[in-house]
Design a protein around this ligand. Structure first.
Ligand code: ZN
Ligand code: FE
Length: 267
């Protein structure tokens, strides 16, 4: 398998996965970069996987479906371009000889899903693959447009529990701005400092910072680290009232909510 992030708009990626005979794309907000890649690779499009209903993820579906006849898969409960096969947690989709399990990950949108394959041979290395749309970003997470902090925390916990080597393929190149915020939360996190320098160098060379991995995100992403003392203390510094709560589980949610609110205001 070969995995390629196709840049779209200003900071989206349409992920293209191919096995040399067929290609699959994820979240084609724009059809044009996909048509160009298929032309260059001389490959037919077998399927389109979609994580949620936002325009920058669905905008290219109709043109691609009409031109290629590719099967379209998407969330069970969101308003989507039709026709498509609707999926929810517990379903699976078989493409390119791989099986992707569907996970419900509400928070950014109410019906957001993610696609997880427990092992794909990508350029000679056997790796789990995750297409997580706008739920988990490198160094950050999606905004809570249609969900609560409690829902998003459950969704991120599910993703964080995937194998450490899982390749995290998110839809946006938000990494550097996310890491600027992460460094404000955890200025003393040495791995975060190292990762930030690595990502700055990649962007200076016009290279994507993605895919990331679950192992990497567990070390640097404040939204996966809300139970770390450093992050809990930072949430208190931002807003002691918001970050405080009586019970342990609501304390976790309160810390997560405080960090998310802080990120929304961060400049
Ligand atoms: Zn979105
Ligand atoms: Fe998006």
């Amino acid at each position: 398998m070969t995995l390629i992030p196709l840049p779209a708009f200003t900071d989206n990626y349409v992920w293209l996965l191919h096995n040399g005979t067929h290609a699959v794309v994820v979240d084609p907000g724009d059809a044009q970069p996909v048509f160009e890649a298929l032309e260059l690779l001389k490959l037919p499009l077998a399927a389109i996987l979609v994580t949620h209903h936002h325009a920058d993820h669905v905008g290219g579906i109709d043109l691609l479906r009409e031109a290629t006849g590719a099967a379209v898969y998407g969330p069970a409960t969101e308003k989507m371009p039709e026709p498509l096969q609707r999926l929810k947690e517990g379903d699976a989709v078989d493409v390119l000889g791989l099986r992707f399990a569907v996970m419900d990950v509400p928070g950014h949108t109410a019906g957001h899903i993610a696609y997880y394959c427990d092992g794909a041979d990508v350029d000679g290395t056997q790796q789990p693959l995750l297409f997580c749309g706008d739920t988990l970003f490198s160094g950050g997470c999606g905004r809570l447009f249609e969900g609560t902090p409690a829902q998003m925390l459950v969704s991120l916990d599910k993703l964080a529990a995937l194998p450490a080597t899982t390749q995290v393929c998110c839809t946006h190149e938000y990494t550097l701005s996310n890491l600027r915020f992460a460094l404000a939360v955890e200025p003393d996190n040495l791995e975060l400092q190292r990762y930030n320098a690595q990502c700055v160098a990649l962007r200076n060379n016009n290279q994507p910072t993605l895919p990331s991995s679950i192992a990497q995100e567990l070390c640097i992403n404040p939204f996966l680290r809300t139970r770390q003392h450093s992050v809990m203390e930072a949430a208190d510094r931002f807003d002691a009232a918001l970050a405080s709560s009586t019970s342990d589980s609501s304390r976790e949610i309160a810390v997560f909510a405080a960090i998310r609110t802080w990120k929304n205001q961060f400049k």
